[in-house]
Write a protein that binds this ligand. Structure first.
Ligand code: FAD
Length: 485
């Protein structure tokens, strides 16, 4: 039986371990933290529960396929629930837009809020994005990112109207007359930590995927998915070694002979195996200094958790309070490399759908704001952190949502905390920036270029960040290992 060491029990690590175990490999999974799930994580403040990573899941078919592949019924582990309103958007001029999950309702809302011309523009844009998705999904999402696939993709993009050089924002301007609806579409670039004003127009597949396949919440919290994956690891007799940190490799030519682990007793161990799957790309011994020497990393996040002794019927489960000027916000984030003065604020209140997440007549607010990664901005001392939290609360209150006096308890998670918790490169949420196809080529491929028996299954490798793509990353890796024999 061939042995596999999977290092990192984030989503890509857990899913790789399960898929490889099902294929007959002898799998050990090492995780530096005391819990699994990586960025899919949860925190309690008194009797309030918060998902502090992913809060909205797309591409449900990816999860259905996974459970089918491992011979289990998804409903025995997790229940995906489509919310009526995917997200409620608040603009500074008082406009409120509900992004409904049901397509006809969504189109009707566009017409009512932004007018007929914008709806017509959206319909044309959506057919364009659909074509882009259908043409690129096979070579980009479901298979390794090889040179051949890259040139297929370039070919597709360069063919006729698929212009790769155009930014996502510019593409939206080509189709949509209303600035506020453009801001709605632009925001999807932030789903992988990108700037819509420089991200490639190829990313029109992100809004397409959410609008076409819907946005989902998981009953009893998103973290239930990580718990279920850990449960399956146990059912599959995968050796799960928590509090075990990867320290380095022992190499033999183009192979990694063994890995060094500091185990839960703080002792160093040497582990031999045939294949290694890394669920992170932050280690120079695995990815090399050239990769980590890059300057362009995706954005980080500033998180505020609030336990609130009041309910806000004007808010949905997912909400966005937009900045007044998206262009200015991204200039501050990307060029001036500082947190934005007038920031876009995301508020997710899972207790609206999962009643046990907060006591009666209370709410659990998970607030997320995009901020630069630590290479670009690293001044998260106590005073700055507190003042930025206050600015965010003032921004929320400026929309008429009087929250300040109803806060029971709060907790802040900064980019420095994220870097320490998950070991991400410079606190970036999605690894190397995806702001151009060239940068995307610089991500570590699923199969290492340096070592024959090393593979990467994670959001900072291919096909990219986000929970469904991490499942796909693991699936690609499990197939590559099987092929290698
Ligand atoms: C605040 C936030 C909000 C998000 N929102 C969404 C969302 O709404 N929808 C969505 O789909 N996605 C979202 N994402 C992205 C999504 O969470 C990630 O893309 C995905 O969970 C990353 O999984 P991964 O497989 O790359 O592993 P990671 O989560 O990066 O986990 C890597 C694991 O490796 C471990 N590790 C690191 N170094 C070592 C070492 N030396 N030894 C041993 N173990 C090590 C870490 O502790 C960690 O457990 C969000 C992320 C964040 C942080």
């Amino acid at each position: 039986m061939k042995k596999v060491s999977v290092i990192g029990a984030g989503i890509g690590g857990l899913v790789s371990a399960i898929l490889l175990s099902r294929k007959g490999y002898d799998v050990t999974l090492f995780e530096k933290n005391g819990n699994t799930g990586g960025k899919m994580n949860q925190v309690y403040l008194d009797n309030f529960r918060f998902d502090i990573g992913p809060s909205l899941i797309t591409m449900p078919f990816v999860f259905e396929d996974f459970f089918k592949e491992i011979g289990r019924r998804m409903e025995d582990y997790v229940t995906f629930r489509k919310l009526e309103i995917n997200c409620r958007y608040f603009y500074t001029d008082g406009t409120v837009f509900n992004s409904y999950n049901e397509k006809n309702k969504f189109r009707k809302e566009i017409e009512e809020v932004f007018g007929k011309e914008t709806l017509n523009g959206f319909d044309k844009y959506f057919s364009y994005a659909e074509k882009l998705y259908k043409l690129s999904a096979e070579s980009f999402l479901f298979n390794p990112f090889t040179i051949k696939n890259f040139f297929n993709l370039q070919g597709i993009i360069n063919a006729g109207k698929f212009l790769s050089k155009k930014s996502l924002h510019k593409l939206h301007e080509d189709f949509i007359p209303d600035k506020k609806f453009i801001q709605f579409l632009d925001r999807f670039a932030t789903y992988n930590g990108s700037n819509p004003f420089s991200a490639p127009s190829l990313f029109a597949i992100i809004p397409y995927v959410e609008i076409e396949f819907g946005g989902y919440f998981i009953e009893n919290g998103i973290y239930k998915l990580a718990e279920s994956l850990e449960k399956i690891c146990n059912e599959e007799n995968i050796r799960l070694r928590k509090n075990s940190t990867f320290l380095g490799i022992v190499k033999e030519d183009k192979n990694i002979k063994s890995i060094k682990i500091r185990n839960s007793d703080k002792e160093e161990e040497i582990i031999e195996q045939d294949f290694i799957v890394a669920n992170f790309t932050n280690d120079i011994s695995l990815t090399g200094s050239k990769y980590l020497g890059n300057r362009n990393w995706s954005m980080s996040g500033f998180i505020v958790l609030l336990s609130v002794k009041k309910t806000f019927p004007e808010l949905a489960h997912h909400n966005i309070i937009f900045s007044d000027d998206y262009g200015k916000e991204f200039t501050e984030l990307s060029r001036e490399k500082k947190p934005a003065e007038d920031m876009t604020v995301y508020i997710s209140i899972s207790s609206k759908s999962s009643l046990s997440d907060a006591p009666e007549n209370c709410e659990n607010w998970f607030i997320l704001v995009n901020v630069p990664n630590l290479l670009d901005f690293n001044e998260w001392n106590y005073d700055f952190t507190e003042s930025y939290k206050e600015k965010i609360i003032s921004k929320i209150e400026s929309t008429g949502l009087k929250i300040r006096d109803s806060i029971i308890n709060s907790k802040v998670i900064t980019p420095s905390d994220l870097s320490e918790m998950y070991g991400t490169e410079y606190g970036s949420l999605y690894g190397l920036s995806s702001d151009s196809l060239n940068l995307m080529m610089k991500r570590p491929a699923n199969k290492s270029a340096n070592y024959k028996n090393l593979f990467f299954a994670c959001g900072s490798s291919h096909p990219g960040g986000g929970v469904p793509l991490c499942f796909l990353s693991a699936k690609i890796v499990s197939k590559l290992i099987e092929k290698q024999k």
